[in-house]
Design a protein around this ligand. Structure first.
Ligand code: GTP
Ligand code: MG
Length: 332
């Protein structure tokens, strides 16, 4: 029995749940293309979604995110002293269509190739270029597909550049920010922004000089950005040192991720985060659909007449859009 019809999301979801990787790949491609089928995928996936936990791994280009992710996956699959092996781990390497990521996808294939023979690991790159709702919507949809396919842990690797970092943080339960020694000198790093999104910091390439200074730098900034008071719900981001190329520190990172998850679950913050995330997702989807509608209603003779009226100063743009909206009492 082969992979079901390439265009039947319902059958594809059923097959993916049975472990059919080709079906899973096809579903993510449908999400990626954001065509009419993406909606059918969302409908098929909705009722069967599980309870996956998502970890975002972000950081500057070349920080070692893929190497680190690969080492983390190996640790998760092998289990640690106090943690059972994870049965199914998925990695989604997201290409936010920025010029920074040229070649990243090929690089990821090479660096994550270690897991090619492990049936419990699914690794996939995804481009969000064509996705109208952008990175955040595409990521949320793909994560739900992986969740439905039975992956209980989903790692989202994204090259962090400003807004992209924030978008990834919005999509993940735990956000890991990867920096390198000497990062303190990197003027382009948006440090305040990173402080806001990071649940954990990793100083990767800890085999290079400058680790202690970088740690001090991070600790200082965490001190400054710590919320006032010492409430029990407050989480102070851990700083983990790793040498991803030899998997050094991967066990500590895995332990830190689990500690953070436990913190979120026991404080009620996880539910709150997820509520905020879905609110954000609905807003984005609504905005996307309204934008499509706006494009649709700016075609045809009626619109042309309105446009000319604005052009000739017979009508102001607000009044023109009132007419298009069929309302006159919209607040800005
Ligand atoms: N010395 C040293 N090199 C490392 C370490 N981790 C990764 N590297 C190297 O850094 C380079 C980039 O690693 P990647 O894992 O591709 O980094 P990335 O952040 O995924 O890169 P992009 O996805 O392209 O942004 C590779 O040559 C790695 O071998 C480390 O701990 N120490
Ligand atoms: Mg990478």
């Amino acid at each position: 029995m082969g992979t079901p019809a390439r265009s039947d999301p319902q059958a594809l979801v059923a097959a993916a749940r049975e472990g059919d990787r080709a079906a899973l790949a096809r579903l993510i491609s449908l999400v990626e293309s954001a065509g009419a089928q993406a909606r059918a995928v969302a409908e098929a996936v909705g009722p069967v979604a599980g309870d996956a936990y998502t970890v975002g791994i972000t950081g500057a280009p070349g920080a070692g995110k893929s190497t680190l992710t690969s080492a983390l996956v190996a640790t998760m699959r092998a289990g640690a002293l106090d943690a059972a092996p994870i049965e199914r781990v998925a990695v989604l390497a997201i290409d936010p269509s920025s010029p920074f990521t040229g070649g990243a996808i090929l690089g990821d294939r090479v660096r994550m190739g270690d897991h090619a023979l492990d049936a419990g690991v699914y690794i996939r790159s995804m481009a969000t270029r064509g996705h109208l709702g952008g990175l955040a919507l595409a990521t949320a949809e793909a994560a739900r597909v992986l969740d439905a396919a039975g992956y209980s842990w989903i790692l989202l690797e994204t090259v962090g550049v400003g807004q992209v970092e924030v978008d990834v943080a919005g999509a993940a339960d735990t956000t890991v920010v990867v920096v390198n020694p000497g990062w303190g000198d990197a003027v382009q790093a948006n440090k305040a922004g990173l402080m806001e999104i990071a649940d954990l910091f990793v100083i990767n390439k800890a085999d290079r000089p400058g680790v202690a200074e970088t740690r001090r730098d991070l600790e200082q900034m965490l001190e400054l950005s710590a919320p006032p008071g010492d409430s029990e719900a407050a989480w102070r981001p851990a700083i983990v040192e790793t040498v991803a190329t030899s998997a050094g520190g991967a066990g500590e990172l895995w332990a830190a991720v689990r500690r953070h998850r436990h913190h979120l679950e026991s404080s009620g913050a996880l539910a709150q985060r997820r509520r905020r995330r879905v609110t954000d997702e609905l807003r984005r989807l609504l905005a996307t659909r309204l934008w499509l509608r706006a494009r649709g209603s700016t075609e045809g003779p009626a619109f042309d007449a309105l446009r000319d009226a604005v052009l000739d100063r017979r009508l102001d743009p607000w009044a023109a859009t009132d007419e298009l909206l069929g309302t006159a009492d919209d607040e800005p």
